[in-house]
Design a protein around this ligand. Structure first.
Ligand SMILES: NC(=O)c1ccc[n+]([C@@H]2O[C@H](COP(=O)([O-])OP(=O)(O)OC[C@H]3O[C@@H](n4cnc5c(N)ncnc54)[C@H](OP(=O)(O)O)[C@@H]3O)[C@@H](O)[C@H]2O)c1
Length: 247
């Protein structure tokens, strides 16, 4: 799973197509979408137009919790829209209400067994909910996609995911960040990069998957230009301490 992917929430139509094309041109190989983003068709088209071979791409989509009970039909619709025969990762977008937590998870596992999703996981789940799925089926989600950013940093929560073998995938890295924060600005200046690039590099150095969204070609490129520098342990610690989470 590539550590940096393109987020695509709130991008539809030609704007979405152009953003995905730009991303693929500068080297992204991981695209994050969801049934509710209503852009799977555009993403499929951008991928085809790009000429990037399908087996070099990592495509994630997500099941809306309201589709509990209609999981397979919903995945079939996603695959038809994407014009793909499988996704690389299929997530439950949020925990379904009521008793569907486990039955939905069983449906995802069945789709994985049938080769329609290479990996399956969840999003916005608490660790107790991850454990409920594992206890019921013996299989833990491979990924939990949750909000993550320096202000949300929680070392214990990261460790809880690691201990369970669940990959932590962060979302909304910028929406939850003040890019004018003096710590980020100072560290960025020291590396000749932007505070946004420092935020993305902080994810990478913690081995947390990050999926920044941008519709702007320059930002799409800058957000992927984060592999030529690394943060020192001291810098990582300073950024970790921007967390406002208290346990
Ligand atoms: N599982 C879930 O429940 C869930 C929830 C939220 C998000 N997500 C996923 O995570 C992805 C990312 O989260 P997000 O879309 O909420 O927000 P985000 O990636 O944190 O922020 C996107 C915003 O930041 C701006 N931006 C992008 N690059 C920038 C840069 N280098 N410098 C300054 N500003 C920059 C974008 O503007 P421009 O577009 O104008 O460049 C846009 O306004 C989503 O697209 C979606 O795929 C999942």
């Amino acid at each position: 799973m590539p550590l940096v992917g393109l987020g695509t929430w709130q991008m539809t139509g030609a704007r979405c197509r152009a953003a995905v094309r730009s991303a693929l041109e500068v080297g992204y190989r991981h695209i994050d979408t969801a049934t509710i983003y209503r852009n799977e068709r555009e993403i499929g088209r951008a991928v085809r137009d790009s000429g990037v071979p399908r087996d070099q791409l990592f495509v994630t989509t997500k099941l809306p919790p309201g589709a509990a009970g209609r999981e397979r039909r919903t995945l079939d619709d996603s695959l038809r829209a994407l014009a793909m025969d499988h996704v690389d990762l299929w997530l439950v977008h949020w925990p379904p209400r009521g008793g569907a937590l486990v039955s939905t998870w069983r449906a995802l596992l069945a789709a994985r067994d049938q080769g329609l999703a290479r990996a399956v996981g969840v999003s916005n789940y608490r660790t107790a909910q991850l454990d409920e799925l594992t206890a019921a089926t013996g299989v833990a989600p491979q990924v939990n996609q949750i909000p993550w950013a320096p202000a949300l940093y929680d070392a214990a929560l990261l460790a809880e995911h690691r201990r369970r073998g669940v990959v932590l995938e962060g979302y909304s890295p910028f929406k939850n960040t003040d890019l004018r924060d003096p710590v980020l600005v100072e560290i960025a200046a020291g590396h000749g990069v932007t505070p946004a690039q420092v935020v993305l590099r902080w994810h990478i150095d913690h081995e947390v998957v990050v999926i920044p969204k941008s519709a702007t070609p320059e930002r799409i490129a800058a957000n992927f230009d984060v592999f030529d520098f690394a943060l020192t342990d001291g810098e990582l610690g300073r950024i970790d301490r921007l967390s406002t989470r208290r346990r």
